[in-house]
Design a binder for this molecule. Structure first.
Ligand code: CA
Length: 224
């Protein structure tokens, strides 16, 4: 799951980035409204955390532009402006939720999970594929009902493959979903995660096929 933080306070942006990455989200940051508008016009995110007081382009105006382009990406507004007027305006312009600074990180993370869940598959957070089930909000996977021991990145790869089950997912798409722009990605990192996933999934008949030159495909479950 990929999150864009739009925040001009470097300390807050850094703290948020670190804590969300610890929860295995891919996180990118932009520090002004115009930059965020540009990024959102060309790249896909699962959630935007938006500060309102921003240089270059105000957060509310940026949000207006994003919605005018037809984007439905969930937006969590984050602001020190705790006036009813701003709150109403933010929600009217297409914000999905609102959090006033200062806030507690656990509360922010709970809202992030709820918004991402709402944004996916009509609100359901449970993906299933044959013997395999994955709870995207609880970040847990099970195989034949038994808990599956996966690292955060393995879970991330599996989540992307399950969301696009039956379709080929290329390495760039996986990298984009799993890492922020400034994170170092080893050349074989994705192969390594896929390899580890295969070892854990194949005994239960769930297989990830390599489509040479194109990417990976989570094959349809045999009995579905
Ligand atoms: Ca600000």
């Amino acid at each position: 799951m990929r999150i864009l933080i739009v925040e001009d306070d470097p300390v807050l942006a850094d703290g948020l980035t670190r804590s969300l990455r610890q929860s295995d989200y891919a996180v990118d940051c932009v520090s002004d409204g115009a930059g965020a508008d540009h990024v959102l016009a060309s790249q896909a995110f699962d959630l935007v955390i938006l500060d309102l007081g921003l240089p270059k382009l105000d957060g509310l105006e940026m949000l207006r532009r994003v919605r005018r382009r037809g984007s439905r990406v969930p937006v969590l507004i984050l602001t020190a402006r705790d006036t009813l007027e701003d709150r109403v305006k933010g929600l009217d312009l297409g914000g999905d939720d609102y959090l006033t600074k200062p806030f507690d990180l656990p509360e922010l993370e709970a809202r992030v999970r709820a918004l991402i869940r709402r944004g996916q598959s009509g609100g359901s957070s449970l993906l299933s594929h044959g013997a395999l089930a994955l709870d995207t909000s609880g970040r847990r996977a099970t195989l034949n009902g038994e808990p599956l021991d996966l690292s955060g990145r393995e879970l991330g790869v599996l989540e992307v493959l399950m969301l696009r089950s039956g379709r080929v997912v290329n390495k760039e798409q996986l990298t984009e979903q799993l890492y922020g722009w400034d994170e170092e990605v080893g050349a074989n990192a994705i192969e390594v995660y896929v390899h580890r996933l295969r070892k854990k999934l194949e005994p239960a008949g769930v297989s990830i096929r390599t489509i040479r030159g194109l990417g990976y495909l989570l094959e349809k479950p045999p009995h579905a």
